[in-house]
Design a protein. Structure first.
Length: 166
């Protein structure tokens, strides 16, 4: 009989994550770009212009780290900052033409590399796994003390969305 305990689940998830993460890191490093710079460009590609602090929250960077990373990308001509129309104190970040061209090219190769890494599962199995992992993540988040953000999103509602940067 196989072990279906929460501990065994965590161990299997951790090992699978570690392996897939190595594929992702190698894919990104092959393009001579850092992980945080890649994730910023990727979220802007798929979500559009965003406030600096919103990007930081989505990719889990501190206020200081996201500012430094945006500075670096801006110096390279890959992103630009503008005043937010709703709050003139806030800065909205968007891709430049060069930034969009770079991340589009890099992301296509990155996506192909990760598809190859996930080749052990059929597309249908991947879809099922994604739905189950979203459900697990949301229900586990709701069980954390002081957590009310995940409780407002049902696993059923989120399972149909195709969000790359979560």
């Amino acid at each position: 009989m196989s072990d279906s305990s929460g501990t065994h689940l965590w161990l299997v998830l951790m090992k699978a994550h570690r392996t897939i993460a190595r594929h992702a890191q190698r894919s990104i490093a092959a393009h001579d770009i850092g992980f945080s710079d890649f994730t910023i460009l990727e979220v802007l590609l798929h979500k559009g212009p965003m406030l600096v602090n919103e990007i930081g929250r989505r990719i889990d960077l501190t206020s200081g780290s996201i500012t430094t990373a945006i500075d670096r990308l801006e110096e390279r001509g890959l992103v630009q900052r503008s005043l937010d129309a709703a709050d003139r104190r806030a800065r909205r970040v968007s891709l430049t033409r060069a930034g969009r061209a770079l991340i589009t090219r890099i992301f296509e190769k990155h996506e192909a590399n990760l598809d190859l890494a996930a080749h052990g599962l059929t597309r249908a199995e991947r879809a099922t796994l994604i739905a189950l992992l979203k459900k697990l993540g949301l229900t586990a988040q709701a069980k954390l003390p002081g957590s009310d953000d995940a409780a407002t999103v049902s696993p059923e509602r989120s399972s149909g969305s195709r969000v790359r940067s979560e």
